[in-house]
Design a protein around this ligand. Sequence first.
Ligand code: LLP
Length: 443
Amino acid sequence: MYLHGTSKINPKGHLEIGGCDTVELKETYGTPLYIMDEALIRQRCREYMEAFRASGLQFQVAYASKAFCVMAMCRLAEEEGLSLDVVSEGELFTALEAGFPAHRIHFHGNNKTPEELEMAIQANIGCFVVDNFVEMHMLQALAAEKGLKVNILLRVTPGVEAHTHEYISTGQTDSKFGFDIGNGSAFDAVELASRSQNLRLLGLHSHIGSQIFEVEGFQLAVERVAQFALHVKDKLNVIFKVINLGGGFGIRYTAEDTPLKVSDYVKAITDAVKSSFAGAYPQLPEIWVEPGRSIVGDAGTTLYTVGTSKDIPGVRKYVSVDGGMTDNPRPALYESKYEAMLANRGRDTAEETVSIAGKCCESGDMLIWDLELPQVKSGDLLAVACTGAYNYAMASNYNRIRRPAVVFVQNGQSDLVVKRESLQDITACDVIPERIAKQPSFK
Ligand code: LLP
C-alpha cells in the first residue's frame, strides 16, 4: 500500500496515521472504522486556497460536502476558509447545525423541493445553483412572496464530459443536469433570470465529471462557457460576476491513477479563464470551484478486522472482513480499485494473493480482487486506503449492518467525529402498527 499523508509504519510494525497506532485505534473504537488524516485534509484545503491566491483572481473554493458531510468536516472546511456546496436539506442542515456561515453555502441539485428552497431561503444561504426552469419559477415565486432577491448561478451543460483519462466533447449533452448551451435553453434561462426582480443572476456553473486526471476537459469547458458568456453579453448586455467550474479533480487510489497536483488543475483553469475572458470582459470574473474527492479522498483509511476465509485450491482464496459494500459501495457500483495492507503487520512481506470479501449476503460484495498480502490470519487488521470520499457518505444499513464510526487523527490524538451506530439506532425508525401488534402470535 502506498503510504502518504501522515501514514507510516511505526517501530512496532503497525500502520500509524496522524501519529495514532491503528492497532490501538481498533482497541478504542472497534472496527470497521473510518480514520481521517486531519493534517492531510487541511493540506489539501490549503493547496486549493494557495493556488487560487497565486492566480490573482477573485475566488471561492467550495468543499463539495457530498463527498463526506459530517459536522466536524463542515467546521474544518470553514476554518480553512472554504465555502460549502450542499445538495439536499440533509447536507444543508448538517452545515447549519455545525455553524457554517450561511452566506458561504451554495445549494445544488436537479430536484430541490419547495421545502428545501424555503429552508435555504430562511437560512439566507449565499447562492442557489439553479438547475432547470421549474426550479427557477419556484425560487422566483418564493423569493417574491418574501420580498427578497436571492443570488443564483445557472447550471449549464457545456457539452464536455470528462471521466478519468478521457473527455468527450458532445454537441448536445444527454444529462439530467442543467441548461443546455447547445440547444438554446441556457440562453433562455439567462434572459429569464436577468429580468427577474427577485433573482440576482451572479453567473454560470459547469461541472464536467469526477475523478478527472487531465486538464483539457476543464480548459474546453472554460472556453465553451466563456464563448456563451460573450454571446450573452452581446445579445443581452448581461455580464457575469462569477463562473463556477465545479469539481472533479482526480486522486490516486492505486498506481494506475495519475492525478495532477492541485496547483496544476487550478493553474490550467485560471489561465483558461484569463485567456478566454481577457479583453472581452470589463474585469475578469470571480472563479468558484467545488472539489470534494480531492479534499477528503486520500485522507481516509478504513480499518477492518479479518474474520473467516475460504480457500478454493487452484481458484482463489476469499478473505472476509467485518464490513464491505455497506461502508464502501464503490467497488460494487463502479468497479473501483483500492490498495490495502495488514495494519498490524506492516513489515511482513507479501506471501499470498487473496480477494477481500465483505460480510453482506451478496456475491457482489467484494472490496478488492487479487490483493498481495502476508499469510492472513483471522484477527488481522486490514487497512484500505483512500476511502475518505463517497464511502461514509454512501454507506448503508444493508443487511441491517451498523454504519461505522469515523475518527479524525492528528498529532497522536484521535477524536470521534461520528459515533458507530448502535443496534438501537438500527430499529430507531421502525414502527409496528397496532393492527399487527394486536394479531395473536403464531402458534
Ligand atoms: N460539484 C458538482 C455539481 C458535482 O456534481 C460533484 C460531484 C462535485 C462538485 C464534486 O466532485 P468531486 O470533486 O468529488 O469529483 N459517488 C461517486 C462520485 C459522484 C460525484 C458526483 N458529483 C464516486 O464515488 O466516485
